[in-house]
Design a protein around this ligand. Structure first.
Ligand code: SF4
Ligand code: SF4
Length: 396
C-alpha cells in the first residue's frame, strides 16, 4: 500500500499527549440495507472518516470459510455492499475487494458467503489475494518481512472490514486478526507452525497489521459470534456497527464491549505497547453509543487456556511443555458429524492428521497427538462442526 495509506493511518505523532483516538459505535438492528447504510455512514463520519478521493482502495472482509451469512462466521455481504457504495460516493477511483481463503477454495467461499456478489453488484471488483508480494516491516518483533497478495501492493489504501468474534486460540478476532488473510493460501497456516505459542503468534499478528497499515477499520457487530469461535461459535445479536482509523483501538473497544479484559488478550496488550497505534486505553474516545449502553447483557467468551503468561515466562522449557500438554485443549473428531472432506487434513500445519479409509466407503480422522500444536486451524475450516476441543491426558 502506497504512502497515502501510511499517512492516513494514525501514528504516535498524531497522538501527542492529550490527543484522543476516536472509536465510533452506531446502532444497526438488522442487515436491512437501508439500516446498514445509515449505521455505516454514522460510524464512518464519527470515526473521522477517510479521504479516498481518487484513491485505489483494497477492502479486506473476513471470509474464513464457505459459510452462509447467517452463521456469523464471515463479514455480512450487506455491510460490504454498503461500504463499497460509501467509498464510491466519496470519490474512490477504484475499489477492490479481496481475501485469501485457506480451505476450501476462494471461489466456493466467495459464492456461499455472498461477498463476491455483494462487492460486484455495488461496483467493486473482486480479487483473490494471490501472487505473493514481499512487504518489509523492519520494526517487527517476530517477523520483519511478509508476503501479501499482490492486490495489496497495487492499492493506495487498505480497509479492514472485520467480524466481531471470539477465537479459541487468541480469544478475540477483529480488525487486526482479519488482516492475516492478506497472506496468500496456506502461508497463513505456516505461521502457526512457526509460532505455535499463542503469545508469539499474537506478536506476529501485530507485526503483520503494522506492516499492512490499514487506513480505516470497520467492525461488523450486527450479528457477532460468541462461544467457541471463530467458526464453531454461536451467532449473537449485538446490533452494532463500529469503526475507527486505529485498528488496535477498535479491537480493544470491541473486546471490552463483549466482556473481555483486553489486557489479558496477549496480542491486544502487545498492540498497545508498540507505539504504532493507541498506546493507552484512556486515549480511546468512544463516540455515538457508549460502551455501557451498547454492551450485551450476556456474551459467552472463550475461557483462558491453562496456558498463561506465568507458565510461559517462569517455567523451564520441559515443565512448560508438560503443563501446556495437560492444560491446553486439543482437538477430538466426532466421527458421526465428519464428512471426511479432508479440509482439516489439508490445512493442518504440522501434518498431524490423516484420513483412515474403511472398506465400506466410510472412514475416520486420525491424529498424531504428539505432533499437534493446538493451533485449531482444523476447527476453523471444518464445515461440519465435527471437532471438539477438550483437555486430555498428556500426549507425550
Ligand atoms: S490437528 Fe488441528 S489443532 Fe492440531 S496442529 Fe493440526 S490443525 Fe492444529
Ligand atoms: S473433521 Fe471436519 S474438516 Fe475434517 S474431514 Fe471431517 S468434516 Fe472435513
Amino acid at each position: 500500500v502506497s504512502g497515502d495509506a501510511a499517512s492516513a493511518a494514525p501514528d504516535s505523532a498524531s497522538r501527542a499527549a492529550g490527543s484522543r483516538v476516536p472509536v465510533s459505535i452506531a446502532r444497526c438492528p438488522s442487515y436491512d440495507l437501508a439500516e446498514v447504510d445509515r449505521a455505516l455512514a454514522e460510524a464512518f463520519e464519527l470515526a473521522g472518516g477517510l479521504e479516498v478521493s481518487g484513491a485505489s482502495v483494497l477492502v479486506k472482509p473476513n471470509m474464513l470459510n464457505a459459510a452462509a451469512p447467517a452463521r456469523a462466521i464471515t463479514t455480512h455481504p450487506a455491510l460490504l455492499s454498503s461500504l463499497v457504495r460509501l467509498l464510491k460516493a466519496r470519490g474512490a477511483a477504484r475499489i477492490v475487494v479481496g481475501d485469501s481463503a485457506g480451505i476450501p477454495s476462494l471461489e466456493s467461499a466467495s459464492r456461499k458467503t455472498g461477498l463476491r456478489a455483494a462487492a460486484e453488484e455495488a461496483g467493486a471488483s473482486w480479487t483473490e489475494l494471490d501472487r505473493p508480494t514481499r512487504v518489509d516491516y523492519p520494526a517487527g518483533k517476530r517477523v520483519r518481512s511478509f508476503e501479501f497478495g499482490a492486490a495489496f501492493a497495487e492499492a493506495d489504501l487498505l480497509v479492514s472490514l472485520a467480524k466481531l468474534k471470539t477465537h479459541r486460540l487468541v480469544y478475540f478476532t477483529g480488525a487486526i486478526k482479519n488482516l492475516l488473510g492478506l497472506v496468500p493460501g496456506l502461508g497463513k497456516s505456516a505461521f502457526h507452525l512457526r509460532f505455535p505459542d499463542p503469545v508469539d503468534f499474537g506478536e506476529m499478528l501485530v507485526d503483520l497489521a503494522a506492516a499492512a497499515k490499514p487506513a480505516f477499520s470497520v467492525m461488523d457487530a450486527v450479528l457477532a459470534m460468541e462461544g467457541p469461535g471463530p467458526s464453531a461459535g454461536r451467532p449473537k445479536e449485538l446490533g452494532l456497527v463500529m469503526a475507527s482509523r486505529d485498528p488496535a483501538a477498535l479491537d480493544w473497544s470491541c473486546a471490552s464491549l463483549v466482556g473481555y479484559d483486553p489486557w489479558r488478550i496477549p496480542y491486544l496488550a502487545d498492540a498497545l505497547s508498540r507505539g504504532v497505534w493507541v498506546s493507552r486505553p484512556d486515549q480511546i474516545e468512544i463516540l455515538g453509543e457508549s460502551l455501557e449502553s451498547a454492551r450485551p447483557r450476556t456474551f459467552a467468551l472463550v475461557p483462558r487456556h491453562g496456558e498463561t503468561d506465568f507458565f510461559r515466562r517462569w517455567m523451564p522449557g520441559f515443565f512448560h511443555s508438560a503443563f501446556r500438554d495437560i492444560l491446553v485443549p486439543r482437538p477430538f473428531f466426532d466421527e458421526a458429524a465428519c464428512a471426511l472432506c479432508g479440509a482439516c487434513v489439508e490445512i493442518c500445519p504440522p501434518k498431524a492428521l490423516r484420513i483412515e479409509r474403511a472398506g465400506n466407503g466410510g472412514g475416520r480422522i486420525l491424529i498424531d497427538r504428539s505432533a499437534c500444536i493446538r493451533c485449531y486451524c482444523c476447527d476453523e475450516v471444518c464445515p461440519r462442526n465435527a471437532i471438539r476441543l477438550r483437555r486430555g491426558f498428556p500426549s507425550r
